[in-house]
Design a protein around this ligand. Structure first.
Ligand SMILES: *Cc1c(COP(=O)(O)O)cnc(C)c1O
Length: 430
């Protein structure tokens, strides 16, 4: 099927990128479990290796099952192209890689997934890159943090785990004025609840491990390019605008236009970093995406019910869910995320650290795991797990203090989830 922009989200989540298999007519996208593809002849092989013709060479670069997922995600996000990767963290490196060089920095929100804070504050230093963390609600702070070595601004749409919702348009305007791309991690919102590109983002990254796959089976990530950024407008992005020695001096932006970032991601990024998604993972994620809108509606509905119940419970200090009128982000959520604010939030237990640990152990339906966005309801005590490597200040800034638990509300019966929390809170708070 060719993607007409007039198709609705529910149609595109099932059909975009897919067509009956040309060899067999198979209606479901086959898992092309192959590492290589036979060249028609030597000229064909040479043209593929020169990037003069698009086709399959080797599955570290491209694979037909993964390609369907890439096209589907690019379509759902309103981008021109996408590169799938082995995990969400791989996708973040793949997004930054063409932009950065030793000495360059990314201006990033303080409110990020804990693993991203660690990746940005520690590991990327080994590449000579750095991150400057700022409160992205403070637009002047974002502006002030940008310097001549900044190459990107990075935030999450609905920030994991604190229930913060980001005004992407406002941050995109700041990045635009500085001639920089804005990268938005849209994992928690998914393209069903938020289209960062429509609000000015240049690149969108996802951990497809979470809501997109939705069933806790495979890790994966993706970088989606809006195709809107002029990589040649300054000399800040030579990987995309200047001659590439590894391709006989080819200039990606000049040659591939709006697809420059995507081609670079495959031809340089996957070729040399090798953070490739495998076709099995792409299959599970494609299966998940077929029901994305239905699941997200239920995740949002259930999260509202559970958050409202928790908020009125005497054993709970506060709940940070942007769908609640008590949230400082309520107005912004209504304006920027009208379909809902996903299924992820935190709440503070009056008994503090010890009560949180007991609560997590006493729950029966909720699983204690380091994951989110599953059909199953999940819980984690961030301060003793995912956010353990952070300083107390970083934990607080990320909304993951010692008295706080994060829950990812699944698509079970909301009444059962509430009953489970009720019995576990009784045990935890004695
Ligand atoms: C999980 C997650 C990541 C990292 O993704 P992996 O697939 O676990 O590598 C990045 N950002 C957010 C918001 C996440 O929830």
């Amino acid at each position: 099927m060719t993607e007409a922009p007039s198709y609705g989200f529910d149609t595109l989540q099932i059909h975009a990128g897919a067509r009956p298999d040309p060899a067999t007519g198979a209606r479901q996208t086959p898992i092309y479990q192959t590492t290589s593809y036979v060249f028609r002849d030597a000229d064909h092989a040479a043209a593929l290796f020169n990037l003069q013709e698009v086709g399959y060479i080797y599955s570290r670069l491209t694979n037909p099952t993964v390609a369907v997922l890439q096209e589907r995600l690019a379509t759902l996000e309103g981008g021109v192209g996408a590169v799938c990767c082995s995990s969400g963290h791989a996708a973040q490196i793949m997004a930054l890689f063409p932009l950065m060089a030793p000495g360059c920095n990314v201006v990033a929100s303080t409110r990020l997934y804990g693993g991203t804070v660690t990746q940005f504050s520690q590991t990327i230093k080994r590449f000579g890159w750095s991150a400057k963390f700022v409160d992205t609600d403070d637009l002047d702070a974002v502006r002030d943090a940008i310097d001549e070595n900044t190459r990107a601004v990075f935030c999450e749409s609905i920030a994991n785990p604190g229930g913060y919702v980001t005004d992407i348009r406002a941050i995109a305007d700041v990045a635009d004025a500085a001639g920089l791309p804005l990268i938005v991690d849209n994992t928690t919102a998914t393209p069903y609840l938020c289209n960062p590109i429509a609000q000015g983002a240049t690149l969108v990254v996802h951990s497809t491990t979470k809501y997109l796959t939705g069933n806790g089976t495979v890790t994966g990530g993706v970088v989606i390019d809006s195709g809107n950024f002029d990589w040649s407008a300054s000399d800040k992005f030579p990987s995309l605008s200047a001659p590439e020695p590894a391709y006989h001096g080819l200039k990606f932006h000049e040659t591939f236009g709006s697809l420059a970032f995507t081609f670079h991601g495959i031809a340089i990024g996957l070729r040399d970093l090798g953070m490739t998604m495998n076709p099995q993972a792409a299959h599970y994620t494609l299966m998940g995406i077929e029901t994305l809108s239905l699941r997200m509606q239920r995740h949002c509905e259930n999260a509202m019910k559970v958050a409202s119940w928790l908020e009125q419970d005497a054993r709970v200090d506060y709940v940070t869910y942007a769908g609640l009128p008590s949230s400082p982000y309520y107005e912004r959520a209504q304006a920027c995320y009208p379909k809902g604010t996903s299924g992820l939030f935190t709440f503070a237990v009056k008994g503090g650290y010890d009560a949180c640990i007991k609560l997590v152990d006493a729950l029966e339906i909720f699983s204690h795991v380091a994951n989110l966005g599953d059909t199953r309801s999940l819980i984690i005590h961030s301060a003793s797990t995912t956010h353990r490597q952070l300083t107390p200040e970083q934990q607080e800034a990320a909304g993951a203090g010692p008295n706080v638990v994060r829950i990812s509300i699944g698509i079970e019966d909301a009444d059962d989830l509430i009953a489970d929390l009720d019995q576990a809170l009784s045990k935890a708070c004695g």
